[in-house]
Design a protein around this ligand. Sequence first.
Ligand code: OXD
Ligand code: MN
Length: 644
Amino acid sequence: MASKKSTTCAATCKTVAPTAAAKKNTLPTQHEELITWVKDFAKLSQAKNVVWCDGSKKEYKEMCDALVKAGVFTPLNPKKRPGSFLARSHWSDVARVEDRTYIACKRQEDAGPMCNWIDPAELKKTMTELYRGCMKGRTLYVIPFSMGPIGSPIAKIGVELTDSPYVVVNMHLMTRVGTKVLKELGKNGEFVKCLHSIGSPLKAGQKDSTWPCAPLEKKYIAHFPETSEIWSFGSGYGGNALLGKKCLALRIASNLARQEGWLAEHMLILKLTSPQKKVYYICAAFPSACGKTNLAMMEPRIPGWTVETVGDDISWMKIGADGRLYAINPEAGFFGVAPGTSMESNPNAMRTIAKNTIFTNCGLTDDGDIWWEGMGVPAPDHVIDWKGVSRKPTVNAKGKKVFLDEKGEEIKVAHPNARFTAPAAQCPVIAAEWEDPAGVPIDAFLFGGRRPTVIPLVNQAKDWTHAVFMGSAAGSETTAANLSAVGVVRRDPMAMLPFFGYNAADYLLHWLTMPLRTSEAKLPKVFFTNWFRKDGKGFMWNGFGDNARVLKWVCERIDGKGKFQDTAIGYLPTPDALDMKGYVDGSGRTAGELKTVMATLTSVDKEGWKKEIAAVAESYAPFGNKIPFVLKAKLAEITAALNT
Ligand code: OXD
Ligand code: MN
């Protein structure tokens, strides 16, 4: 992080055309370290000019208009999707690139076996050469942004330098941007330095492409936790380029959180209100593609209960004066996966994206709207796919409309990682307090994953060590999307696998020390959930709005009520503990079959658990002696209990 010490503005940048503000000597900040850093990078990157983003609506509109003019954005039908646009990325730049994502700290053991380590000095040398001249012919945008409500004691400020106007408009939606942030930063406030370039300089007279980027081997998403810097090169997509999200709010922040005694987690934050109007705040950490956004804005299928959204992806939590953990959502928007989002799976997300939304890599319909697989509306008779190719569906043997490529193979109209970027404030169930600078007091943590076998529907941790153990054992069974290893559990401790900013063993230790900062009784109660258990008929639990039944039991447990069984693996609900009034089994099971299913979902599969414990022990092995001893002791304790 930039130091509070002020530096003199030594470097001047002759190659950079002065901005209007600079010409009048009216840079929007007097923060000398920031000014020097911007000038130095403008000089290195040889940007054509420098624009300081003010974060205004006018700026957003003008930049969207310019993106339309440049052919990057297609404006959507204003009657169907007012204020919305579609962008198509290059086919090679469609997702976070985990194997090009690095933690660059001096000692490899500080990054640990779950991070992609690289020597920081070596990487800075390589990347400095990549950055040299990388913005030729392009504008360097300076984006001051706040993660969290401006002025919140939990918030942090970052400044992203980028040559991508697409990044600027997305950052407008995903964070708080502009002059108000510079004001908060003052003359010597701390900020995280975030460098980003698409890595595609423009020669004089060269025609630009609509999604310039660098080839994979030149892409780097680098984090320097010792200096709290982010250097990103070569990609314009999502978490590689919108540096406030995964890079700052998780990888850099998790490291700051450890130093400063707080938590930066890959967790949604939801507000649950009972029919008696009692409010509970719950954070949930699930690996990617386990329906976090769906849970965060769910419509409960039990009368009288309501869910409101505070955040859908990241939670920053500090201990408040009363000893409880208070959480803010550091983001201001949703960057959600579009395919599979429908009125059935997530009606509130569909309502959120009805306007003022940027869609990336979705299909475009003839009436100027977007379409994706799993949208819950019939496939259109003609569509432009995410690669810009015109497609007409054919009807397959099962009578389903499908899209085929030139070789006759079925293709997706929307890329599976197609996204929507929408302001959180547009969510119809956004909680009134979602921007409360003090945060909301957290009552419960949920961990989870996709586990078709063994893991029960819900399981309460018996104590804090058990809770951390549960988080350490999280993971999801791989699906057909990862054909190399179908059916294998990919361990994803605390759902942080791609987002650890330091050694995951030290991270677990940091979690274990939380009761020392307050009392264990004041920390959230912790549960492990699994909506994805399967039998011969399909999913054994409906999920979606019926998950409210599990949340209701969680609330009962928070209040010291709720029927439960004390088992070897934790406190499980008794088979009749969940409120099942009005539950209609989605796979058409009879009442008798449902009873058996509920008994299975709330019982301990002893043999399965012995294997599970062995698998968790195996997942600790790469950490050697670094894994906290109490977690190994927990393994032994559960094994012993399973054997009695
Ligand atoms: C995300 C992810 O995009 O977790 O939020 O991958
Ligand atoms: Mn996420």
